[in-house]
Design a protein. Structure first.
Length: 475
């Protein structure tokens, strides 16, 4: 993350001279500065200006600085606020701190004092933002690693994610429910050129048609019954980052045209407003519908389809890559328990024979259930959900033929061999560094040590390095 993120600074004071001085100090620190002559004016600005740090006078004509602090913290709890006053008292200082003020400054103040306070407030804001970003990044990297598989189709997806990280064009992710479309969208965002920007996800299929427009574009106070104040839409919330529109195929046609206009003009118009708002947002859309068929049938706008369909990433259903089921099973097991768990051949056979209509999401739920109901370290057929047990097929009917991936069912020994080779390869790649290997494999340190011991894995010096060492010894 860029720790030099530009801080938005707001000074609220009824004295113009104080505002000008603080604006000058803020500008010298590289802040984006705004000013308001009253608490009421400052609150009205919050629809368009979201300050990171605020300096506010304690005594003003109508609303006091403490009242303003309380209202501001309700809307922007992470904004840092310092109270200024020429009438300092212990009582007001204590009250300010209880309301969440960062500092309490008495007038007259020295320029260096204000400058130091603003710098400290900005450092705290940056630290909080960086921590949030790192948490999201770590979570996303783990989720991307969760798109586990050696199958050609899933490897193509991972290669596409790597290529898209340096582009800003719209991306359309297609695939059935449960295949991991949002994981891919997050991976593209956090590996892209604006990873510190917000990632905002919205499920177009879960919102009522009457609410979608106000959710996406926002609204002005009085735009409709119940609109008691201005509200920013999701496009504005995602400004500088990515807006993920899940199930875009469910968007009503009248909103499809408005979405197209936003994509073309890069601005939104809140409900009830005549003023367009510029937004810099990357759009990633996802659908489990066939949009190509939908636009030909007239249920989805053709121009919007081609605007979104600049680059398409298709996630295959799990039934088309059943050879990855053992790898996914082991992946989930390693994250569910520190104890070493394994499936019996009968249980794994049932997992391979099942078609997984809910895809990887259903597989994860099945593994979690089995791990919960097991009686020991071995998970058997009886521990699986009833749907898997009911559809177990030990042998195909005469005259029929199983799909190619089911002809060679990996039993327990095959799964162990795959796991051993995977760990050995990663261990060699990181030069025997256990911490790096643990992070790449996405498992705990205890699990890694147990696996290394079980499979007797040692770091293997590459042949090229051995030859270089031999030549050096000869010299």
């Amino acid at each position: 993350m860029n720790t030099e993120l530009r801080i938005r600074f707001l000074i609220v004071d009824d004295q113009q001279s104080i505002r000008r001085l603080c604006m000058t100090i803020g500008s010298s620190l590289g802040f984006a500065c705004s000013e308001a002559e009253s608490a009421e004016a400052a609150l009205a600005m919050l629809d368009n200006v979201l300050p990171d740090i605020v300096l506010v006078d304690l005594r003003m004509a109508q609303m006091s600085g403490l009242e303003f602090l309380a209202k501001l913290k309700q809307q922007l709890p992470r904004t840092e606020v310092a109270i200024m006053t020429g009438y300092g008292s212990i009582e007001s200082a204590v009250q300010a701190m209880k309301l969440g003020a960062y500092d309490y400054i008495t007038k007259p103040f020295r320029v260096e004092e204000i400058k130091l306070t603003l710098q400290r407030m900005a450092d705290k804001v940056r630290l909080v933002l960086e921590n949030e970003y790192l948490k999201a990044k770590v979570e996303t990297e783990g989720n991307l690693a969760g798109i586990v598989g050696a199958h050609r189709k899933i490897q193509d997806v991972l290669r596409m994610v790597s290529r898209l990280k340096d582009t800003r064009v719209p991306v359309l992710i297609t695939g059935e429910s449960g295949t991991g479309k949002e994981l891919v969208a997050r991976a593209i965002h956090f590996r892209g050129e604006m990873p510190a920007g917000p990632f905002v996800a919205v499920d177009c299929g879960s919102l009522a048609p009457t609410l979608i427009e106000s959710e996406l574009f926002g609204y002005e106070k009085g735009a409709f019954t119940g609109a008691s104040k201005n509200r920013r839409g999701l496009f504005q919330e995602a400004d500088g980052g990515t807006l993920f529109l899940d199930e875009i195929g469910e968007l009503p046609q009248d909103l499809q045209s408005k979405l197209l206009r936003v994509l073309e003009e890069k601005e939104v118009r809140p409900l009830g407003s005549n003023r367009p708002v510029k937004v810099n947002v990357r759009i990633i859309a996802a659908t489990n519908r066939d949009l190509d068929k939908a636009y030909k049938e007239g249920t989805f706008r053709k121009d919007l389809f081609f605007r979104l369909n600049v680059i398409t990433v298709h996630l295959p259903p799990l039934r088309e890559r059943k050879s990855d089921v053992p790898l996914l099973v082991q992946w989930f097991l390693d994250r569910l328990s520190e104890e070493e768990l394994r499936f019996t051949t009968a249980a794994m056979t049932a997992m391979m024979n099942y078609d997984w209509p809910g895809n990887v999401r259903e597989l994860r739920n099945a593994v979690e259930r089995a791990a919960t109901f097991r009686n020991g370290p071995v998970i058997d057929l009886a521990d699986l959900p009833e749907t898997l047990r009911a559809e177990q097929v030990l042998a195909p009917p005469r005259g029929s033929r199983l799909p190619e991936e089911q002809l060679t069912l990996p039993v327990a020994t095959d799964l162990e061999e795959i796991e051993r080779k995977t760990i050995q390869r990663v261990f060699d790649q990181v030069g025997g560094d256990k911490v790096a290997a643990q992070k790449l494999l996405g498992i705990s340190r205890a699990t890694l040590y147990r696996k290394l011991k079980r499979y007797n894995i040692r770091f293997r010096v590459p042949e090229r390095s051995l030859s270089v060492q031999a030549k050096a010894s000869q010299v």
